[in-house]
Structures are given as structure tokens and as C-alpha cells.
Design a binder for this molecule. Structure first.
Ligand code: AHR
Length: 660
């Protein structure tokens, strides 16, 4: 081989790699310009009980229909021996649902007649099964009343679909009055779709209610609490606020089926269950077994906000059922109870123990106020009917609580007649914060990264309350959370950040989805009965919220904001408490870029870090087998006192942090 050959090869490779690096872009950062405060609420989370996010998800209850209250089919989720598809095997025994307490949240119980204990079993299927882990301990609870006969013991077993027993416990029953029992099961083997089986000793009749099972290991170890892995994912986002309980569940398909916070507080077993409005909303994803037990009610939402260090942001119905369904209206002259609910909620959150609702909060275990500062009126209502109702709510709430900031809405779409009308009227009414929703294709997000640059600085502030890039449609599940969508959101969010003087709250939506029980996709977090992971979109949100900064600063290219020229989107903030300059760069192009930033207004320390999410495959997405396929990697870089040079890969999102 001639000695010149390797040299030629190296030269060619060098030339090729130079070609891959597109022409330098020179950008300018000025820490003395465009300096606006970024609200601590800038990046928050939107929680709605959609996709089994609460029951079957965050709420760690594993028994579905634990108190036999499912209104359409009170025995749903439970199984007992049958001789064929249509008839029960009554020779061994039979269970039936009995209505006992009208007017209470817990109306029904289950009456079990045992004729031959050896042939009878009562099985709960869980929420698409029950996820149980090897060596983990589970608390089981039930209420029982021995009505007649000699039933002396109930055996509770965790079984596989094939009937293999993975753990069991026994409860002795003898009381002729309702009595609560509790026991523990330790599990011998991990199983994603276990079931809970009850068998009986003796014959006779026994009444059962509130048959319930929770892992001992919940978030903060709270008994009957929340799923630890899911709350941890939320906690890691460091959210500035928690919006709850939705979403459309706020409104209900009819007014009767709206979310009423007063029915979600107090003793859990007395909370009146409601059919979840998402149960059959989408025929391709019907979930007739989807109910709201309100195990997570308003107390738990406030408590979760506190745990996360997030401002609570309850959204309340305004006397309008979902306009995509019935659009039923409470007449204006009958709006008082709805407004009163809002005023009472402020008392529940902030009042002391001498007030009615403050006392309830105290009795529930939280004497300190929850420091509620925001209330949202209506979810995504539109038109004059909304404005008429908003006006009444705003006047009455402000009259009693001028300190509360009211969030209003501009409808379900980011533009169009309804949106324009809503904004025009809300401006006239001096609304404080207006909620905007946009579920749009990734391209829309790229094209709208400058959306807020020209917003009126003297009008209401903006809450980007529900948004997500939708590559296709809801039925594709977790593949919808691909890198194309997440990168387009990252690019768009440079515009949210740059305009933090007018955009004061933002939240991706929806937050969570059960892989076997979802109605809507994409979603930020996916889970099954055992595991959970953050999507590419989650990783983008986390990079923003963990690097939010305290003030915007100017970042331009030739005097213009960086919005898509050559596929680049960028913004910068400083954090005055940590003395850090933070630059966000989305490169949506298919070429690597060598960028140089000149910095005015501060001198830079030598060492900096760059954290990058990249993937050349825009269809790439995280899943249970590869939960970190699209996730950030960090490295150190050196910078000059007044300049930063960084190599930005194609189709990537980066956060550069430098001490100043
Ligand atoms: O996030 C899913 C739904 O989208 C919300 O419930 C609703 O507000 C919006 O239409």
C-alpha cells in the first residue's frame, strides 16, 4: 500500500465531515435586553382522569368497583362461577348486589350466599389486571356482615389468569354488624395481570362492601395512597402548578354528570361515584368500565400540589356541560349554586377551622391552608353563553376574594371565530389569565413558534393550558409520542419562553395514559400496571421546567428572533439565583450545526454543560422495553468569556448552561 493513501483517505473523511457541519450561524445574546420576569408557574402539569389516569393509574387502588357502585352494571369487574355463559352455578353459591343506603355515596353492597364453599369463588379482575411485584406487600381491606349461617373465614388470594396462587391471606369473620377488616398479602412472583380471588369457609349468607387492595409502598408511604412511580415522574418535572381535575371531566356530558368537588371530599367510602365521561366518548376506544371513584378528590389534589411544590389550579364547571356533547346550560338566574361551589372551594382550601369548609379540610388532616391563589372558571367553553357566565363568576368571586386570580378560557381551538370572540370579550372584561388549547400537527408548532411575539402586552396573560403535537390520531397509542412531535414542541416552547412576560402558565396535555386502557394519545407519561416511563415529550418538558430560569434575555440572529431560519429555534434565560445563563436550541433541520453565540451583559465562566436529546429517526419513541431511547445526554464544554461555540446535532434539542 502506498503511504499517500491513508492521508488521502483522512483528507476525504475530514472534507466529508466538514460538509456535514453546515455553515456557522452566529447568534447574539444580550443579558441587558428583553429582560422580563419568568413566573414560577411557567411550566406546570395538567391532570385529568382520562386514559385511566386516576382510577387504575395514579390512585393505587387495585380493585375495580370495590363497593359495587358502578351505576350501569353494579357487578362489573367481578366474576363468580357459571355453568355456562348465561347461567350462574347457584349450587355452589351466588352473589348479588343489594341497594341499602339511598342518598349516600356508598349505596350498594354485595350479598354472597354460600351453598357449597368448595365450589364458590368471587374474583375481581382489577383495572386490566392488577400489577403485583415479587416480595412486595399489599394491604387488603373489606367490610363484612355475617347475615346467617356459619361463614367463619374468607381467604383472599392473588392469582394469575391460570389460577396460580402468588400470595394469600385469611380474614376471620363473625360479626352480625358491619365490621371493617384488614390483612396483608406478600407476593411471591411479579405479575402484571393478577386477579384477587375470595373463597369462603362455611355456608350461609355474608354481606361484603369496600373490598379494596393497595400496595404498602405508596408515594410518601401514605396508606391507601398514590402510585409511587407515577408521582415520582411528576415530581421530577418540578412543576410550577397542578391543574385539576381536567379537562372535559370538569364539564360532564350533561350538567348532572359534571364534576362536583364537594362530592369528592370527606370519607373516601362515602364519595359518590360518577361514570367517567371518557368511558364511551370514543367508540374505537370504549371503556364501559371507566368510573370515577374519587379516591383522588379535591383534598388529594391539593395535597399532591403541596407534595410537588406546585400551585394548585382547580378548574370549576361554570354551569355549561361539554359543548361537544349536550352543551346543556344552567340558566343565568340559577347559577348561584355553581358560583357558591367556587366560593366554598376557596374556603375549603384557605379557610380556618372556624369555617364550615375549612373545618372539613382540618378534619381530613390538613389544618394548614393550602394557599389557593388561582381558580379556573370553565374548561374550554366558548361563545356568549360562556362570557355571560364567566362575568357572573368573576364579579362574585372577586367581591369576596379579590386576592384570587381567575383563569378564563378561549375555547378548544387556537384560532377561528370562537377563539377571536372569546379573547375580544375577555379583554373587555379585564380578564387576568386566558387559557388557550392547541392539539395540532407538529408542523403547526414549528410554524407558530412566533405566536406570542406580537401578543398585546397590556391585555390578559396567557395560560397555554392544553397543548400537544399530534402526528396522526389518538388510536396509535404511545407511538404518537414520537421525536417529531416532541422536537416540534421543543421548538415551539422557545417562543413560550421568549414571551414569558405574557405567557405565565403552560401545560402539556393529557398527562398520563394506561397502555391497555387509553382513550386519547399522545400523552406525556405511559404506564401499565407495573411500570411507567416518560415519553420524548416528557423529556422536553422536563428540560424546560428544570431549566426555567428567572428572567428572559434577548437572543437574536441579525436582530431577529430565531424562529425557524435554517431549521433553528432558540431562546435564552438567566437564573439570577444561581447566576446561570441558559440557552435552549432546537435544530429541526437534517444538518448538524456549528453555532457561535456572542454574549453581551455578562462575562462567562469557562466551564459549561450541554444537555441534548437527539435522534435522526423522527419516528423514534420511548416504550416499556426502551424507556430512554429518546432522552437527554449531558457533557461538559469550554466557553470563552464573551462567546460560546457549540456543535448542535441534526434533529436535536439542547440546553446549554453557563455560570455567569
Ligand atoms: O386533554 C384531553 C381533552 O382535550 C380535555 O379533556 C379537553 O379539555 C380537551 O378537549
Amino acid at each position: 500500500m502506498k503511504p499517500t493513501k491513508p492521508i488521502t483517505l483522512i483528507a476525504v473523511l475530514l472534507f466529508q465531515s466538514l460538509l456535514l457541519v453546515a455553515q456557522d450561524a452566529r447568534l447574539q445574546i444580550d443579558l441587558t435586553k428583553n429582560v422580563n420576569e419568568i413566573q414560577p408557574t411557567m411550566y406546570g402539569i395538567f391532570f385529568e382522569d382520562i386514559n385511566f389516569a386516576a382510577d387504575g393509574g395514579l390512585y393505587a387502588e387495585m380493585v375495580k368497583n370495590r363497593s359495587f357502585e358502578f351505576t350501569i352494571a353494579p357487578f362489573m369487574g367481578w366474576h363468580q362461577p357459571k355453568t355456562n355463559r348465561y347461567s350462574l352455578n347457584e349450587k355452589s353459591g351466588m352473589a348479588s348486589v343489594v341497594k341499602h343506603k339511598e342518598g349516600s355515596g356508598n349505596k350498594n353492597f354485595c350479598r354472597v350466599t354460600i351453598n357449597d364453599a368448595s365450589g364458590y369463588e368471587l374474583i375481581n379482575e382489577g383495572f386490566r389486571g392488577m400489577g403485583i411485584k415479587e416480595n412486595a406487600v399489599y394491604n387488603v381491606y373489606l367490610s363484612a356482615l355475617n347475615k346467617s349461617g356459619n361463614i367463619s373465614e374468607i381467604t383472599l388470594q392473588l392469582i394469575t389468569k391460570n389460577g396460580d396462587v402468588l400470595g394469600e391471606t385469611k380474614i376471620e369473620t363473625s360479626s352480625a354488624n358491619w365490621k371493617d377488616y384488614q390483612a396483608q398479602i406478600t407476593v411471591s412472583k411479579t405479575e402484571e395481570e393478577a386477579q384477587l380471588k375470595l373463597t369462603f369457609k362455611g355456608t350461609g349468607v355474608i354481606d361484603l362492601d369496600m373490598i379494596s387492595m393497595f400496595p404498602v409502598d405508596t408515594w410518601k408511604g401514605r396508606e391507601k395512597g398514590l402510585r409511587k412511580d407515577l408521582v415520582q415522574l411528576l415530581y421530577d418535572l418540578k412543576p410550577g402548578f397542578l391543574r385539576f381535575p381536567g379537562g372535559c371531566v370538569v364539564e360532564g356530558r350533561t350538567l348532572e354528570r359534571r364534576y362536583q368537588w364537594k362530592k369528592t371530599v370527606g370519607d373516601v367510602e362515602d364519595r359518590e361515584l360518577l361514570v367517567n365521561r371518557w368511558n364511551t366518548e370514543f367508540s374505537h376506544k370504549a371503556a364501559p368500565d371507566y368510573y370515577q371513584s374519587f379516591g383522588i378528590g379535591f383534598y388529594e389534589y391539593f395535597q399532591l400540589s403541596e407534595d410537588l411544590g406546585a400551585e394548585p389550579l382547580p378548574i370549576l364547571g361554570c354551569g355549561m356541560a361539554c359543548q361537544f356533547n349536550t352543551g346543556e346550560l344552567a340558566p343565568l338566574e340559577e347559577l348561584d349554586p355553581y358560583v357558591q361551589d367556587a366560593i366554598d372551594l376557596i374556603e375549603f382550601a384557605n379557610g380556618d377551622a372556624t369555617t364550615t369548609w375549612g373545618k372539613l379540610r382540618t378534619d381530613m388532616g390538613h389544618p394548614e391552608p393550602f394557599n389557593l391563589k388561582y381558580v379556573g372558571i370553565g374548561n374550554e367553553q366558548w361563545g356568549p353563553d360562556y362570557i355571560d357566565r364567566y362575568k357572573i363568576f368573576a364579579e362574585k368571586i372577586k367581591a369576596q376574594h379579590p386576592e384570587i386570580i381567575i383563569v378564563s378560557g378561549s375555547g378548544p381551538f387556537p384560532d377561528g371565530e370562537q377563539f377571536e370572540y372569546g379573547w375580544k370579550e375577555l379583554k373587555k372584561l379585564d380578564a387576568e389569565i386566558v387559557d388557550e388549547h392547541y392539539y395540532r400537527p407538529p408542523q403547526w408548532f414549528l410554524e407558530n413558534a412566533g405566536r406570542y411575539d406580537d401578543y398585546d402586552r397590556n391585555g390578559p396573560k396567557v395560560f397555554a393550558g392544553e397543548y400537544a403535537a399530534h402526528p396522526k390520531g389518538v388510536s396509535d397509542g404511545n407511538t404518537e409520542n414520537n421525536w417529531e412531535a416532541a422536537l416540534s414542541e421543543a421548538a415551539f416552547m422557545t417562543g413560550l419562553e421568549r414571551n414569558a412576560d405574557v405567557v405565565v402558565m403552560t401545560s402539556y396535555a393529557p398527562l398520563m395514559a394506561h397502555i391497555n386502557a387509553f382513550q386519547w394519545a399522545p400523552d406525556m407519561i405511559w404506564f401499565n400496571n407495573l411500570e411507567s416511563y416518560g415519553t420524548a415529550n416528557y423529556q422536553v418538558q422536563k428540560l424546560y421546567s428544570n431549566n426555567a430560569g428567572t428572567h428572559t434575555v434577548s437572543l437574536t440572529q441579525n436582530g431577529k428572533n430565531v424562529i425557524g431560519s435554517d431549521g433553528l429555534y432558540a431562546s435564552a434565560v438567566k437564573d439570577v439565583s444561581t447566576k446561570t445563563l441558559i440557552i435552549k436550541i432546537a435544530n429541526t433541520s437534517k444538518s448538524n450545526k456549528s453555532l457561535s453565540f456572542s454574549v453581551n451583559g455578562a462575562s462567562l465562566k469557562r466551564n459549561a454543560t450541554i444537555t441534548t436529546i437527539e435522534n435522526t429517526d423522527l419516528k423514534a419513541y420511548n416504550d416499556f422495553d426502551n424507556p430512554e431511547k429518546v432522552s437527554p445526554k449531558s457533557s461538559n464544554i469550554k466557553v470563552k468569556r464573551k462567546a460560546i461555540n457549540v456543535q448542535i446535532p441534526q434533529q436535536s434539542f439542547s440546553v446549554v448552561k453557563i455560570k455567569i
